[in-house]
Design a protein around this ligand. Structure first.
Ligand code: HEM
Length: 457
């Protein structure tokens, strides 16, 4: 069938929204709820419009595993990282591995891929163990025996990724990143959800605040990079390896490119893992039976109190199932965006050239065809047999295709070993209702704290 014939037979499903602004306010106010109601009411491909006439943007939500596979994998060349969101991330954080495209990307991936082999990542297990021990110590002194998992997991994941990036220099970066990163991230998100934003160069209070935060982030990275260059020698952390990495032509990354990679790794590797850990704890706190079973597994393997190694990851299959189920319900990247270059068809819907599309894990992970009783927390969905029987893209928290997450194994290792260390030391109890309010920032975010009660074992 030709595209012309399909065009005349296809539907354009989607909410009408407000006559003049489309779904702009709904998407800004409650993006996740708007994606879900779009799916409920209009099916697996949903067209939203946002913005006033003349500036109107079309956004297609892709809500079936088959459609996601088309966007991320089989037709990946037709879906580029040129949507508003990626443009904003690129402007603030630079042209690093997450944001670059074409030859820049190929070159960067060739340089960086060897730093993420299984063997190298397994070498980070000790750093993860060390950070987990710090956390157990910190929580042992928690006032009132309760903590906010959002804040605590963000600190933990930042320390872990900063440790692999900067090694011994990590402390120098932490404060600046903790203060400035959220400012830039919120700025990027607010602009990403607007069909048209005012130029960044205008001296409005919002622009000035964000630019000052960006400068502070750049400065802290540039200082570490310059100190390293002045000291000479090679270090084994990611920054050292990036600085020493050479392409086939002998070419290296220059200092600005190095900074951009570092920022992109801080961005991609920090709040993402923190979100998974936060909600894994929240769910464990709501499901004492699951927690008991996970702890039995941990105690049998690590009950002697030793620091876990990468080899222990394979000895914790149930805890891994718990984490995967938490990432199903709370995918840290709830939707990944692209821009369609050429017109194409997904399901029975024509996606015009130039349209924004988003492959929405938050919705696909709740698709009733693939996940019966989708809101129920049930780690048994991730037994090897159950996984083998499902569509490859029914669960895709790490994306897929040529641009899949390079940090996937690092993140799983960090989360499973980190959770094991925490369960070994504490019984956890959820102090907030299961359905804490959520929103879609750069990552999935709880809009308030997610409090966890702790009992030292
Ligand atoms: C739970 C944790 C994580 C989740 C859910 C996650 C999710 C993702 C997703 C969905 C993508 C694809 C984005 C797209 O297609 O537009 C991605 C890419 C990427 N992630 Fe992760 N990520 C996680 C942890 C990490 C960590 C720990 C690192 C680094 C240490 C990392 C580094 C990256 C990079 C560099 C890319 C771009 C890869 C490329 O395009 O070649 N991520 N991540």
């Amino acid at each position: 069938m030709t595209l012309g014939v399909l065009l005349s037979t296809t539907r354009i499903p989607g909410p009408p929204g407000l006559p003049l602004l489309g779904s702009m306010f709904d998407l800004k106010r409650d993006p996740l709820g708007t994606y879900l109601s779009g799916h409920r009411e209009h099916g697996d491909v949903v067209r939203f419009t946002a913005g006033p006439p003349g500036l109107r943007v079309e956004l297609f939500g892709i809500y079936s595993p088959e459609g996601v596979q088309q966007v991320l994998a089989t037709q990946a060349a037709n879906f580029r990282k040129e949507n508003v969101f990626y443009e904003e991330i690129r402007q603030s954080f630079g042209n690093g591995l997450l944001t670059s495209q074409d030859e820049d990307y190929q070159r960067q991936r060739r340089l960086i891929q060897p730093l993420f082999t299984r063997r190298r990542v397994d070498g980070y297990a000790d750093a993860i163990g060390l950070e987990t021990e710090h956390l157990v110590e910190r929580w042992s002194a928690a006032p009132g025996g309760a903590v906010d998992a959002v804040d605590e997991m963000s600190r933990f994941a930042l320390r872990a990724v900063a440790r692999i990036l900067f090694g011994a220099d990590l402390e120098a970066a932490l404060d600046a990143v903790r203060v400035n990163f959220p400012v830039v991230a919120h700025y990027v998100t607010a602009r990403g959800f607007s069909p048209k934003s005012i130029p960044r160069s205008w001296p409005t209070p919002g622009n000035r605040k964000a630019m000052a935060a960006e400068r502070s982030l750049y400065e802290v990275c540039d200082t570490i990079i310059a100190q390293r260059a002045a000291a000479g020698g090679e270090s084994e952390d990611l920054l050292g390896l990036l600085a020493a990495a050479r392409g086939e032509d002998g070419e290296r990354l220059d200092p600005t490119e190095l900074r951009e990679q570092v920022l992109i790794f801080l961005l991609a590797g920090h709040e993402t893992t923190a979100t998974s850990l936060t909600f894994a704890l929240h769910l464990l706190g709501h499901h004492p039976e699951v927690q008991r079973r996970a702890r039995e597994e941990v105690d049998a393997l690590l009950g002697d109190g030793r620091r876990p190694t990468a080899a222990d990851y394979n000895g914790l299959p149930y805890l891994t199932m718990v984490l995967k189920e938490a990432m199903r319900l709370y995918p840290a990247a709830p939707a990944v965006g692209r821009l369609a270059v050429q017109e194409c068809v997904i399901g029975d819907t024509v996606i015009p050239a130039g349209a924004n599309v988003m492959a929405a894990a938050y919705v696909v992970h709740r698709h009733e065809k693939h996940w019966p009783d989708p809101e129920r927390f049930d780690p048994e969905r991730f037994t090897p047999e159950a996984e083998a029987g499902r569509h490859r893209y029914a669960w895709f928290p790490f994306g897929g295709g040529p641009r899949a997450c390079i940090g996937q194994h690092f993140s799983m290792l960090e989360s499973v070993l980190g959770l094991a260390g925490l369960l070994r030391a504490f019984e956890v109890e959820a102090l907030d209702p299961r359905d804490v309010p959520l929103t879609h920032g750069i990552t999935l975010e709880a809009t308030g704290p997610v409090r966890i009660g702790l009992t030292r074992r």
